[in-house]
Design a protein around this ligand. Structure first.
Ligand SMILES: *Cc1c(COP(=O)(O)O)cnc(C)c1O
Length: 373
């Protein structure tokens, strides 16, 4: 089946601000198609302002950013890294790239993110077995802010650095503070389905200059400042291109409008709750502002979830279950895990509904009607 005919309504397709062409033209006119370039630096500056960070390194994917984050924190072969199980697989894969192994932590029911109580229990238990995790990586799943205050406290108390996977949460806030500043290192993604896209890209954020310099070096083949083309360590080719950064700059001009629109779409799904079998979702608690990257709900039962997904897909409307917990995946199912059952339950009952910025009212009504049936 041809991809373009597969769906009439996509889950979260890219949207354009209208500024893309002029930003891209600037790059083409300057002929800065080589690595580096002023648009990359401008894009990094904007991201630093949004997230209130001292340093930003723009990269060619969010996965690369996680890889460099863990690497600069000293994660290596045989090390344990604590990881949220309810996340996209890219959160955990870089642990495997480094020859380390994940220890999975389940979610709590208030934010669907890493359960601080389970985290602390895990650290204590691991210590008893003389295992000292090198890092903790947590996610703000679907843009919903995690219980950051407690995670930070535990990270500090046990001296294990925190990596914040903010790939889905650009523009989400806790109070006045944007997500992206709640880790020793934080990462963003600009993949095609995220709130803002560079048609593939990511970024690493930190306040630690050494971490930033080290990440930049590793991202550019570990090039030597003093002697070009003479290498003393193995690096990667992870830097963002200037064209991608230009796209990102154009997209960022509309970040706030798009989040407003996504939140509106979410609210509308929520209000039809009375007539549907959608029974639960994560409400923004006091001071929390979720970017509603995806509109996610849970049903009363697995059979209702399955029926709704089938009906939507038959109508060529893209939707999906929520992320399959990583500890349930073949590649990771034998790893140590500290579980509450919440992520598995979400996987059985949850649904992600279309919520592209360009979703039309009548399209959303059709989706609601189909879910209602
Ligand atoms: C998208 C995503 C990533 C990876 O980002 P890419 O830019 O696609 O490599 C990592 N973690 C989470 C939670 C994501 O949703």
């Amino acid at each position: 089946m041809q991809e373009k005919n597969k769906y009439r309504i996509f889950l979260s397709p890219p949207y354009q601000s209208g500024e893309e062409l002029s930003y891209l033209k600037e790059v083409l006119d300057s002929n800065w198609l080589a690595p580096g370039g002023s648009h990359v630096r401008q894009f990094e500056s904007k991201l630093k302002v949004i997230t209130n960070r001292s340093h930003c390194v723009a990269l060619n994917s969010g996965t690369a950013a996680i890889h460099l984050a863990l690497k600069t924190l000293g994660v290596g072969a045989g090390d344990a890294v604590i990881c949220q199980t309810f996340s996209f697989v890219a959160t955990a894969n870089p642990i495997a790239y480094l020859g380390a192994y994940p220890v999975f932590i389940d979610s709590e029911s208030l934010t669907w993110n890493m359960d601080p109580e389970l985290l602390e229990k895990a650290i204590i238990q691991l210590r008893k077995n003389n295992i000292h995790p090198k890092a903790i990586i947590y996610t703000h799943i679907y843009g919903i802010p995690a219980q950051v205050e407690q995670l930070v406290r535990i990270s500090e108390e046990y001296h294990i650095p925190l990596v914040e996977d903010a790939a889905e949460a650009l523009g989400s806030k806790i109070g006045t503070k944007s997500i992206g500043q709640f880790g020793k290192i934080s990462i963003l993604s600009f993949n095609g389905n995220k709130v803002v896209t560079t048609s593939g890209g990511g970024a690493l954020l930190t306040d630690d200059e050494e971490v930033a310099n080290r990440s930049l070096k590793l991202a550019t083949q570990a090039r030597n400042e003093n002697e070009a083309f003479s290498h003393t360590e193995v690096g990667y080719n992870y830097r963002m291109s200037n064209l991608s950064a230009a796209l990102g700059l154009a997209q960022l001009t509309k970040l706030n409008d798009w989040i407003t629109q996504k939140r509106k779409i979410f609210e509308k799904y929520k209000n039809i709750n009375a007539k549907t079998d959608l029974v639960d979702w994560i409400e923004d608690s006091k001071g929390i502002y979720s970017n509603r990257w995806l509109s996610v709900f849970t049903f009363k039962s697995k059979s209702k979830q399955e029926k709704a997904i089938l009906n939507l897909l038959q109508n060529k409307i893209e939707c999906r279950r929520v992320w399959k917990p990583l500890h349930q995946m073949g590649i990771y199912e034998n790893q140590k895990s500290f579980l509450s059952g919440i992520s598995s339950q979400l996987f059985e009952m949850g649904i992600c509904l279309p919520c592209g910025v360009g979703l039309k009212d009548h399209e959303q009504e059709e989706i609601i009607h189909i879910v209602n049936r």
